[in-house]
Design a protein around this ligand. Structure first.
Ligand code: NIG
Ligand code: FE
Length: 411
């Protein structure tokens, strides 16, 4: 089955030779073709170019995209979208003056979600999570990373990971799984962090690896949660099973998590609201992608990742939603791209690069996702009629998407 899209006002993020990622000044460059066509066959992009070079207009399906922009679907490289219930009460508690930290210390926060998830059946958890997957696909996301970490017991962590696996089997969107058993200390281990970490390392991790339930390992490396020492211990154990790190660091405090990630060749270090000069320096000459989560900063009213400082220092940057019930109950990458421009002073080109090609790299998908390139997955967004691609971040909060194709399928 072939689909040909013609008269595209502007085709964004085109590549002849696939790049791994873009960094520093190159992030300001977004390769585009005006008045373009795009040809797909089944789940693959097979051709694209200028309308004047299109030889024949024959295909099973023909779409006229006059006045519309086409771009690759977003890659969301950091989410927690498998969760049970919501935490809207904590949202109201914060409006009334409690802090995120106070709520967590009172048994709310991650432990609140863990209790809910432990009491939810696998079928029900799947149902709730599938709804969110469908929602983000309609918002233009074509690949997503999903973490465990709201289970905090062997049984519940494995339940989460099995749900992630099933979602990947059922939906056309590509899903990558991350094991985040070390997300918080369960109540039973309140005064026994070593005991819980040992449970994660010796009881849960071997099963996760043996059953291929996750490709990546994560830990919340943060004051009051897990230390750099805990992080290194877990990453070492995970490396023995071939799991690559993608870790939560520098959300509230900078304690050396970035360096620990780099030491274990992390694919990404995520959050980075608090960045010291030495953290930026450490990331230079590493293969680790920094990921910013601006909707988390927005929702919690915490600082934004200093994107300007990082990109101006020559670093790459990826953007993700962090979709979760506590700090970011939203999986809208369009909002993330807008917020990155508005609040982090990223240019539209930088933000689009960060949400496509760099985000694909941050989940090990740069060979198949993140750009319009022959041989890559037929994953793309057709916008409504809009004046230019600047309009996407500029006209924030509005829906500019007309159609989404994932793996060649209209969503
Ligand atoms: O990435 N920071 C750690 N974990 C999640 C939020 C956890 C929660 O509040 O449920 C995050 O923001
Ligand atoms: Fe997160």
């Amino acid at each position: 089955m072939t689909t040909l899209i013609i008269n595209i006002k502007e085709l964004l993020q085109v590549e002849n030779t696939p790049k791994k990622m873009v960094a520093g000044k190159d992030m300001k460059v977004l390769p585009t073709i005006k008045n373009a066509f795009l040809l797909i066959n089944d789940d693959c992009i097979i051709d694209f170019g200028q309308m004047k070079d299109l030889s024949e207009i024959t295909s099973d399906e023909l779409i006229d995209a006059t006045g519309k922009i086409v771009l690759p679907t977003w890659c969301d490289s950091h989410t927690h979208i498998v969760y049970a219930g919501n935490r809207e009460q904590e949202f109201v508690d914060r409006i009334n003056g409690l802090t995120y930290e106070e709520i967590a210390n009172n048994g709310g926060g991650i432990l609140n979600s863990a209790k809910k998830l432990q009491n939810t059946s696998e079928e029900e958890l799947y149902k709730q999570s599938a709804k969110r997957v469908e929602e983000v696909m309609k918002l233009g996301t074509g690949a997503v990373e999903i973490k465990s970490g709201y289970g905090l017991t062997k049984e519940a962590e494995l339940k989460m990971l099995r749900v992630i696996k099933k979602l990947n089997e059922v939906y056309p969107i590509t899903i990558k799984a991350t094991f985040l058993g070390a997300h918080a200390l369960p109540l039973e281990y309140k005064n026994n962090k070593v005991g819980y970490l040992n449970e994660v390392i010796h009881e849960i991790l071997p099963i996760v690896a043996q059953e291929h339930l996750a490709e990546f390992i994560d830990i919340f490396c943060e004051t009051g949660y897990f230390s750099v020492e805990d992080t290194e211990k877990l990453l070492q154990a995970a490396a023995n099973y071939g799991l690559k790190p993608k870790i939560h660091v520098n959300q509230f405090t900078a304690i050396g998590g970035v360096q620990a990630g780099i030491k274990f060749n992390a694919l990404s270090v995520d959050h980075l609201e608090e960045m010291r000069i030495e953290d930026i320096e450490a990331l230079k000459n590493s293969n680790t992608m920094p990921i910013a989560l601006p909707s988390c900063s927005y929702f919690l009213s915490i600082p934004y990742t200093p994107a300007r400082k990082m990109i101006d220092a020559g670093l790459p940057l990826a953007l993700a939603t962090d979709y979760n019930p506590g700090s970011t109950p939203s999986g809208n990458m369009n909002f993330v791209v807008s917020t990155a421009c508005i609040k982090m002073k990223m240019t539209p080109e930088e933000a689009i690069n960060a949400a496509t090609i760099n985000a694909a790299y941050a989940m090990g998908l740069e060979k198949t996702h993140g750009s319009i390139c022959k041989g890559k997955k037929a994953n793309f967004i057709i916008t409504k009629e809009i004046p230019s691609y600047y309009f996407l971040p500029y006209s924030f909060g509005n829906n500019h998407i007309e159609k989404v194709y994932i793996n060649g399928k209209l969503i």
